[in-house]
Design a protein around this ligand. Structure first.
Ligand SMILES: [Zn+2]
Length: 598
């Protein structure tokens, strides 16, 4: 427990400081890419043939690529087409998860475009011959009806969740010179990776739904690392969304689709758009079936040898009861990890655990089994606990403004554990683990009844008052106020799928509502008052192996109320870097902290 103290300082005080918001993906405002599309059109377009030679000369380190280095831009295009098909082949057997969180927007005089309602999709992609998906959640009927009924005269939004992940590939069927023209634009760095930029347009008569936009091709193996644009030509009664699709070098030789940002409509004066939204799609769990399972087995065996046989005698009745509960807890956590919903044990858990331990130690809590923490990979704001394991969603960690707010969230689940609310021992029977990944939400549920919720809230307030966070509850209180205020337009974000929600079905705050009645008033104009952060700013997810870590990025100053964007979706701007040469598992930490070889 002692050794975690320094981690608290290292991770929390730095990365969980209120001003650390706005950072993460959109922090690279100085990136050359920010040069707008308009500016890029006037950018000089050097003679295509001169460029690749210079590229190679400046990059002698890429020996493998140099062997057959392209000497013309045409050859670069040919190479990138080959690499795109290689990526499709490699992903053929993969069934990653894809999550889309969408916010419809309305215009607010003070705050600019703000969410008016939201939608959430979570499914499994099948990247075989054709791209297909299966959903974890039942279809959002109202959404489709809305879109079909709302503006159907002009555009029929045949919006299926699938559409948001369409830009995983530029064109699954016909990405070749027969169907597309490629025009070299310029060279440009995306993060640490130098890219060649091309405009891609479908050829005349290439057919419907062809990619139209820009691609960024890295200059070592010529993989596409970013796609930005839409599809054309537009069918008569439908429309294609605009998308910005990012790939990461998580395994040697391949850049794997990880983030897609979509946006449509605007509120500029005279704009005709009747519909405006922004949406983030995240793809992960590429390596769920392969490898992951073996790791699971090994770690499980080690655990059981270590933890579950402390003595050579048979278990006493009480010991047996505890072991039974441990077994149920292990089963559930393992199953959730297998289905791609919970991240493997890692760095973020240590941070969560440190905060939990602060609460435990200062409250003199004595538990027969240690409390553990895990991160649920999805966006909706939720927490639940199973046995002595507390699970917090990535989306929730993302929007929490500081460490005390994290303590507030954890204290409620710790209270359930202390009060003995988490029995759930039915999951010690292994047949209850045998269901399809997509039906996880139907087979698991860790909701407490209202009485237990009230008791946990009361206990949580006691735990907080005896803790190092006792004097720091103003920010958690502001967080709850902000959440309460935004709740009516963020129904999907606030719908918990495995645990209890922060709000009831009328959108009223129910979690720790007593805390929300204390402390300072919410004031959007106070620039130093950060009640909640935008989505995606704290936790970085490795799309290949599902590991999560805290984002390391410098704070960006907030200059107006519009910069706060609590709970809002923003574009992605990941800092691209190449995986280190050991080729070991695609750890984003090592990748992003290592300087490229040029
Ligand atoms: Zn609860």
């Amino acid at each position: 427990m002692r050794t975690w103290k320094w981690m608290l300082t290292a991770f929390l005080l730095i990365t969980l400081s209120a001003m650390a918001q706005q950072t993460a993906d959109q922090s690279s405002t100085s990136s050359p890419v920010q040069a707008s599309a308009a500016a890029s059109q006037t950018a000089t377009t050097p003679a295509p043939t001169a460029q690749p030679a210079a590229t190679q000369a400046a990059n002698p380190a890429s020996a493998s690529a140099a062997a057959a280095a392209p000497t013309t831009m045409d050859q670069v295009v040919d190479r990138s087409i080959v690499r795109e098909h290689a990526l499709m082949d490699m992903l053929k057997t993969r069934t990653p998860l894809v999550e889309t969180y969408l916010q419809n927007l309305k215009s607010d005089q003070k705050l600019g475009p703000v969410p008016s309602e939201d939608h959430y999709f979570l499914g499994r992609l099948d990247l075989g011959e054709a791209v297909d998906r299966r959903d974890y959640l039942s279809k959002d009927e109202s959404f489709e009806k809305n879109l079909l009924g709302g503006v159907s005269k002009l555009f029929k939004f045949e919006y299926k969740p699938m559409g948001f992940s369409w830009m995983i590939f530029a064109d699954r069927e016909d990405f070749d010179r027969g169907h597309y023209s490629f025009k070299y634009v310029r060279r440009e760095f995306l993060g640490e990776v130098r890219c060649l930029v091309f405009d891609v347009t479908p050829k005349k008569d290439a057919g419907k739904g062809r990619f139209l936009g820009r691609i960024w091709v890295e200059d070592q193996d010529y993989n596409i690392v970013r796609l930005n644009g839409t599809y054309a030509p537009r069918p008569k009664n439908a429309m294609y969304f605009h998308m910005d699709s990012w790939r990461l070098n998580l395994i040697p030789g391949y850049w794997v689709p990880a983030y897609i940002y979509s946006e449509e409509g605007d509120f500029s004066y005279g704009a005709k758009d009747k519909m405006a939204f922004k949406a983030q799609s995240r793809i992960w769990g590429y390596d769920l079936k392969k490898g992951g399972k073996e790791d699971e087995l090994t770690s499980l065996r080690v655990d059981s040898v270590k933890d579950e046989t402390p003595s050579t005698t048979d278990a006493s009745p009480l010991e047996a009861q505890r072991q039974w509960q441990q077994q149920a807890e292990d089963n559930v956590v393992e199953r959730l990890q297998e289905s791609g919903l919970v991240a493997p044990d890692g760095e973020v858990d240590k941070v969560l655990q440190t905060v939990v331990n602060n609460l435990i130690v200062t409250n003199n809590i004595d538990l027969p089994r240690p409390v553990r923490t895990r991160v649920m990979i999805t966006s909706p704001l939720e927490t639940f606990s199973v046995g002595n394991t507390i699970v917090v969603s990535r989306g929730l960690i993302d929007v929490l403004p500081d460490e005390a707010s994290l303590a507030m969230v954890l204290s409620h689940e710790l209270a359930h554990i202390v009060l003995g609310h988490n029995l759930g021992s039915k999951f010690a029977f292994n047949d209850r683990m045998l269901f399809s990944d997509e039906s996880t939400y139907n087979n698991f549920g860790f909701r407490h009844n209202p009485d237990e919720e009230t008791a946990a809230d009361t206990k949580a307030m006691d735990l907080l008052k005896n803790s190092p966070y006792a004097q720091k509850l103003d920010v958690p209180s502001l967080f709850l106020k902000e959440l309460s205020e935004r709740a009516p337009s963020l129904n999907a974000l606030l719908t918990a799928h495995l645990g209890n929600s922060f709000t009831n079905d009328k959108g009223q705050l129910v979690r720790l509502s007593a805390l929300a009645t204390t402390g300072p008033a919410l004031d959007p104009n106070k620039l130093d008052q950060i009640a909640a952060l935008p989505m995606g700013g704290r936790v970085k997810l490795n799309a290949w192996n599902d590991r999560v870590e805290l984002t390391k990025s410098a704070p960006v100053a907030i200059t107006s109320a519009r910069d706060k964007m609590p709970f809002e979706v923003t574009p992605f701007f990941p800092r691209l870097s190449r995986i280190t040469s050991d080729g070991n598992g695609g750890n984003p930490t090592s990748a992003s902290n290592t300087a490229p070889t040029n």
